[in-house]
Ligand binder design. Structure first.
Ligand SMILES: NC(=O)C1=CN([C@@H]2O[C@H](COP(=O)(O)OP(=O)(O)OC[C@H]3O[C@@H](n4cnc5c(N)ncnc54)[C@H](OP(=O)(O)O)[C@@H]3O)[C@@H](O)[C@H]2O)C=CC1
Ligand SMILES: O=C1O[C@H](COP(=O)(O)O)[C@@H](O)[C@H](O)[C@H]1O
Length: 493
């Protein structure tokens, strides 16, 4: 791991695919915020690289609307762009990468100089780019780290092939596989909630917990990205990575230490207890247009011109995952994700069992909700005596809403944390090769069955809560919804 004291050496951050969507919407803004907040080594230079022939001014112009510059920050913003340069070249020609290498070398005065490559490139050019980095751009007087974005393959075979390819070029401690959900505040909080609170730890098991629901909902469809999406579908896009990562943090045993490898050892261990998902344990859906909706809501997935008319790619999926170990045997972990739904939401719901011997005759289950987004919150739904002269029960909550409790603190964006982690050399929040292998072992068979049998997803209307059958599947898996809980939003004092 790099020491803080090494931060005065030259660092170059090379963004491959600098002309693309991810670069302009996410990566350039992120490196600007890190630079603005003085979080990066002082002498860091940024190099954009892509096939498009363009000037740095043009790159800057394209990123403009995605980068926030507050009043008083204008000078710093100019300094940021002064530290940037852009090189155009192909992805497959070594000579172009040799030119890139010469370009980077100019910034590398002194005995040590480090390089970080961010691969914001399509999977089709991934192999040649990594070979060219290894052969022509590897640092000779410092570290070389590569950040890679999903998709990490599309099944076990292609993912293994990619892993073997990378293993032939880089050591595991040079590879940073991004799952940006691991950079989200409440996902990072899962370990603290579990292991720094004696109140939760003893009840975190099959004796007390009935079911766990991990949800991701988005209120928009594929928005013209259907061409990419159709090849992957929601299971590969969200469930196999983001939701499974959350599951492993919710279900794993306590790691021996906070060392990244100890944590990832535990994540792998719990994944190894999960058998591959069966076809009977998954429900898939695809959105159709809402005739009463506005604008895009009128359009179904198949109306996207980049999607084949007979596509059976799921835009919604609910899967029941079993963990066959002492802690969790028999507790359904329900993963649920979908596009074009009624709201934006990502959350974990830990639903406790019914109170045995209910003397009140009306108790509802406790539920611990960890809301990842929007608006980070942790709330525990519980029963209380109705205040006043009555002796009946009321459903209420212990509520930790971040925007109220931590008014002065800005929650950083996931990419900011993760890119900074790469500079400091901490791999705790990155996906290790063996985690990835387990994830594909769990999902590949069912994905194959869905695709080989051409299973038609259940239609659901754009803007709805998803296929009607999904709630029945939740109920079958010991997730109880009473509909009686009412939240009273606190008002600001
Ligand atoms: N700190 C905070 O900000 C807090 C906010 N709240 C808010 O209060 C509101 C209610 O709280 P919530 O925890 O959602 O509790 P509820 O018991 O009201 O709802 C739980 C969830 O059940 C799902 N649901 C709705 N209908 C059904 C159904 N027929 N079968 C199965 N599931 C169903 C909904 O999610 P889905 O559509 O995803 O299935 C819903 O969000 C929410 O908006 C919540 O954000 C509550 C407490 C604290
Ligand atoms: O990885 C992905 O995540 C986004 C959702 O990310 P969020 O941080 O906005 O929740 C999703 O839209 C996209 O399809 C998927 O590839």
């Amino acid at each position: 791991m790099e020491n803080k004291r090494d931060f005065h050496y030259p660092h170059t951050f090379i963004l491959l695919g600098a002309s693309g969507d991810l670069a302009k919407k996410k990566i350039y803004p992120t490196i600007w915020y890190l630079y603005r907040d003085n979080l990066l080594p002082e002498s860091t230079k940024f190099v954009g690289y892509a096939r498009t022939k363009q000037t740095l001014e043009e790159v800057r112009e394209k990123c403009k609307k995605y980068m926030k510059v507050r009043s008083g920050e204008e000078e710093k913003f100019e300094a940021f762009w002064d530290a940037n340069s852009y090189v155009s070249g192909s992805y497959d020609k070594r000579v172009d990468f040799e030119f890139l290498n010469e370009h980077i070398t100019r910034f590398e005065k002194g005995p040590v100089a480090n390089r970080i490559f961010y691969l914001a490139v399509p999977p089709t050019v991934f192999e040649e780019v990594t070979v060219n980095i290894r052969n022509a751009c590897h640092a000779i007087k410092g570290y070389t780290r590569v950040i890679i974005e999903k998709p990490f393959g599309r099944d076990d075979v292609s993912s293994n092939k990619l892993s073997n390819h990378l293993t032939g070029l880089f050591k595991e401690d040079q590879i940073y596989r991004i799952d940006h959900y691991l950079g989200k505040e409440m996902v990072q909080n899962l370990m603290t909630i579990r292991f720094a609170n004696q109140i939760f730890n003893p009840s975190w098991n099959r004796e007390n917990i009935a079911s766990v629901l991990i949800s991701f909902k988005e209120p928009f469809g594929t928005e013209g990205r259907g061409g990419y999406f159709d090849d992957f579908g929601i299971v590969r896009d969200v469930m196999q990575n983001h939701l499974l990562q959350i599951l492993s943090l919710v279900a794993m045993e306590k790691p021996v230490t906070l060392n990244p490898n100890d944590i990832r050892d535990e994540k792998v261990k719990v994944l190894r207890h999960i058998p591959p998902i069966k076809l009977s344990d998954i429900l898939v859906g695809q959105y159709v247009g809402n005739p009463n909706g506005q604008g895009d809501e009128k359009l179904g997935y198949l109306d996207d011109p980049t999607v084949p008319k007979d596509s059976v790619t799921p835009t919604y999926a609910l899967a029941v995952v079993n963990i066959n170990n002492t802690r969790w045997q028999g507790v359904p972990f329900i993963l649920r994700c979908g596009k074009a739904l009624n709201e934006r939401k990502a959350e974990v719901r830990i639903q406790y069992k019914d109170v045995p011997g209910d003397i009140f005759g009306q108790t509802k289950r406790n539920e611990l909700v960890i809301r990842v987004q929007p608006g980070e919150a942790l709330y525990l739904k519980l029963m209380c005596k109705s205040p006043g002269m009555k002796f009946d029960l009321t459903e209420t909550e212990l509520d930790l809403t971040y925007s109220l409790r931590y008014r002065e603190t800005d929650v950083p964006d996931a990419y900011e944390r993760l890119i900074l982690d790469v500079f400091t050399g901490t791999q705790m929040h990155f996906v290790r090769n063996d985690e990835l292998k387990e994830a594909w072992r769990i999902f590949t068979p069912v994905l194959k069955e869905l695709e080989e049998q051409h299973i038609k997803p259940v239609p659901y209307v754009y803007g709805s809560r998803g296929p009607a059958d999904a709630d029945a599947k939740l109920a079958e898996n010991d997730f109880k919804y009473s509909g009686s809980y009412k939240w009273q939003k606190p008002t600001l004092a």
